[in-house]
Design a protein. Sequence first.
Length: 156
Amino acid sequence: MAKFGRKGKGGTPAVSTASLPDIVFMLLFFFMVTTVMRTADLKVKNNLPSATELKKLEKKSLVSYIYVGEPKRQFVKLFGTEPRIQLNDQFATVSDIEQFIISEREARDEKEVPFMTTSLKVDGKAKMGIVTDIKQALREVNALKINYSSRKKNDK
């Protein structure tokens, strides 16, 4: 009769790494699809004021941003230290806002235009006069949905 015996303690088998490349490419594809790139390179200092009552925007794709603040250090020699307006990646004046809003409307579908919002990202140290001028320019092009961006106030 033959003896059946164990050859020793073999341990656990090695983990198969055959599916590892599939998992890596799946994760890579996921992050590539879900990552949102910043559309505008900020050229102004933008330290938003804090607020207690905040509401999130529903469709950020329908929001046009107007940045207001002191120019960053590399632009101070050209533009000074007074708060400036930035539309997309360029410094602008109040008179440029009309053309900016018109071009933003043309880039959208006609059905989405009534739902467009203009978000003002104004530095906390900026004077209210420039904000009032921007609001007047927005009224002239009938862009009446305005949002003031701020950060949440810490309750310490």
